[in-house]
Design a protein around this ligand. Sequence first.
Ligand code: HEC
Length: 94
Amino acid sequence: MKAIVVAGLVVAGLVLAGPASASMELAKKGGCLNCHAADTKKVGPSFKDIAASNKGKAGSDAALVAKIMGGKDHPKVKASEDDVKALVKWILAM
Ligand code: HEC
C-alpha cells in the first residue's frame, strides 16, 4: 500500500515536472532567460511578477505575444511566434 502511494507521488511529480521543464528549455533556447528568471528580477521582471500583474486581464496573452514579437516595446527576441505563444501561456500560468 505504502509502495503504491510512493509510486503514485513519483508519477505525479514526473507529470508536473515534465511540461514545466520543457517550457524552461524553450525559454532558455529563445534567449528569454538572459533577461528573465522564474522568480527573481533580472534585466526584465520575473515570470511570476509578470503573471501577477497580468492576472485576470482578458486577452493579455495575445497582447503580450504581439508586444514581444513586435520588437519595439520589448527587446527583440529570436524565438518563433509559436514558441513565444507557448512561453507566454506558461508564464501567465505561474
Ligand atoms: C534583452 C533582454 C530581454 C530578453 C532577451 C527577453 N526579455 Fe522579456 N522583458 C525584458 C524587459 C526589460 C521587460 C520589461 C519591460 C517591458 O515590459 O517591455 C520584459 C518584459 C516581458 C514581459 C512582460 C510584458 C508586459 O507588458 O507585462 C513578458 C511576457 C516577457 N518579457 C517575455 C519574454 C519572453 C517570452 C522572452 C523570450 C522569447 C523574453 N521576454 C526575452 C527584457 C527581455
